[in-house]
Design a protein around this ligand. Structure first.
Ligand code: G3P
Length: 222
């Protein structure tokens, strides 16, 4: 399973790259606006991200009509070869998806909350479908059940669309995504670094080092 970072913060992305953890990046208008603040240029931030990470970088349109999404999508795709245009799961978004795919531009269809939406995205030749598991859990629905259903449907018909688990809230979402065989999980920085953590690892390391340091100083070197 590939791991993407769900962030537009250059510092966080650099940290994840240095840790050797990520295969790509997903951004959205909220994340980009937060990273740009009052002064920054979102396009420049996207360009910098494409330089930092060689994998797929999702950049979302903010238009709502097919025609405008196509214009924005083509502009975003010019930023770098590894840009994936993100469109919302609406009738206009899926029409834009089909046209962008015909131009060989990769598309991530976002804001997916149901299996029927995912079926339509695959039929529109989406490169990725992004089910938002955390936002479903937030309303007492079951985000991972949706992922399971999408994977089954895509397998039934050998759709090439990759399942990109989004809106991840905690490490167990990653465990469940990997057990189900999702293609990608996009992970917020905090959760990404939590994947390393286990208290028994810390405790074990502490006791190994304490025992080693009981040796006389001149015999501790390896
Ligand atoms: O990038 C899309 C998605 O991952 C957003 O997650 O935490 O805002 O529900 P969240």
């Amino acid at each position: 399973m590939k791991l993407f970072i769900d962030s537009a913060d250059l510092g966080e992305i650099r940290r994840a790259v240095d840790a050797g953890l990520i295969d790509g990046v997903t951004t959205n208008p909220t994340l980009l606006a937060r990273s740009a603040g009052a002064e920054g240029d979102p396009r420049e931030i996207l360009r910098e991200i494409t330089r930092l990470v060689p994998g797929d970088i999702s950049a979302e349109v903010v238009a709502t009509s097919t025609e405008e999404m196509l214009r924005e999508g083509r502009e975003l795709a010019k930023i770098a070869d590894n840009i994936v245009v993100k469109v919302p799961l609406t009738p206009d978004g899926l029409a834009a998806c089909r046209k962008l795919r015909a131009e060989e531009i990769k598309v991530n269809v976002t804001l997916c909350f149901s299996p029927t939406q995912a079926l339509l995205a695959a039929k529109s030749a989406a490169t990725y479908i992004s089910p938002f598991v955390g936002r479903l859990d937030d309303i007492s629905s079951n985000g991972m059940l949706l992922v399971e259903q999408i994977i089954q449907i895509y397998q039934n018909y050998a759709f090439a669309t990759q399942v990109l688990v989004a809106s991840v809230r905690h490490p167990d979402h990653i465990v469940q995504a990997a057990l189900l065989g999702a293609d990608v999980a996009t992970v917020p920085p905090k959760v990404l670094f939590q994947l390393f953590d286990h208290p028994l690892t810390d405790k074990g390391l502490e006791s190994f080092l304490a025992d080693w340091n009981k040796l006389p100083k001149d015999r501790r070197g390896i």
